[in-house]
Write a protein of this length. Structure first.
Length: 299
């Protein structure tokens, strides 16, 4: 009996040692897949640029005019360059089919699951925002385009009706953010990959993100600070840029954050990827401008 108890104790100790190791392996695998997702997006964005002589619009102006792409995100535009030609054709066919079908949230492409747009570290990645009558379920994204410092500054790379050429990025493509991580908000209303609107009608907080805008922080603090959300644990100034986050804290949708622990992973305009830690929040505003002339060091 004593020997049996000793064996059981040894097995328990080994299991206790093994579980943290397994968790670390899973975290490393999720981070690797996340980097791969960003690199795929980088290749697609550069391919779009080569084909169209500019990067796609971060968020397409909400309109019913041809080519009927109002409220589409940059992720919708790069679908053909991610080997998702059929998804793009489905979206365009529906948009051009007449009537009020230009309305982006009716588009069947909204409900298509897109692995390249979701970080595997977010367990909610396969969830969708349930569509209301006549509106499709909305597939989520973990990755938001860099709109710049504020939603109206237009000093980023992927913003409202943007049409940025790589030569416009005079700060250097290796020193300018292109896409960054921010998981969908607490009730999945923000973080839609295909059809976005944002808190301001410019896609902000939905498919694109700002780095130094108190307006978006004040919006989420005012509207997502009560049950079922957990209370906001900071001021507006503490809810911009790159900060730690919690999916149950509504106002954490106002800034970059991730489930990776140390910080968020970013795709730079040159196609490289890097993890920027929360301790480097001070350089995010400088990295978010394409021609600000700032010096930013994340080392």
């Amino acid at each position: 009996m004593i020997e049996l108890l000793v064996v059981i104790a040894i097995i328990a100790i080994l299991i206790g040692l093994l579980l943290p190791a397994v968790q670390k392996v899973r975290e490393a695998a999720a981070r690797t897949q996340c980097i791969n997702n960003l690199k795929q997006q980088g290749l697609a964005l550069h391919a779009f640029h080569d084909a169209n002589n500019a990067l796609p619009k971060g968020y397409s102006r909400y309109t019913s005019a041809a080519p009927y792409e109002g409220a589409w995100s940059f992720m919708a535009f790069i679908l053909p360059y991610l080997e998702q030609d059929n998804a793009y054709k489905l979206a365009k066919t529906f948009a051009n089919s007449g009537g009020t079908n230009w309305y982006a949230w009716y588009n069947p492409a909204c409900a298509l699951q897109m692995k390249a747009f979701t970080c595997p570290a977010d367990s909610r990645g396969s969830q969708q925002y349930p569509g209301e009558p006549g509106i499709r379920n909305q597939t989520l994204t973990t990755y938001l385009g860099n709109a710049g410092t504020t939603s109206t500054s237009m000093d980023g790379v992927l913003y409202y009706d943007s049409k940025v050429h790589l030569t416009h990025i005079t700060d250097g493509t290796s020193n300018t953010l292109l896409v960054g991580e921010r998981p969908p908000n607490s009730n999945l209303e923000y973080g839609w990959y295909f059809a976005a609107y944002g808190y301001d009608g410019r896609g902000t907080g939905d498919c694109v993100m700002t780095s130094n805008d108190l307006a978006i922080a004040n919006y989420f603090i005012a509207n997502y600070n009560s049950s079922p959300n957990q209370p906001c644990n900071g001021t507006a100034a503490q809810k911009i840029g790159l900060q730690t986050g919690n999916p149950n804290v509504g106002c954490d949708a106002a800034h970059y954050w991730s489930f990776h622990g140390a910080g968020s992973q970013f795709l730079m305009a040159d196609g490289s990827c890097r993890l920027i830690t929360y301790s480097n929040n001070g350089v995010i505003a400088a990295l978010s401008t394409r021609a600000g002339g700032e010096v930013a060091n994340t080392n």
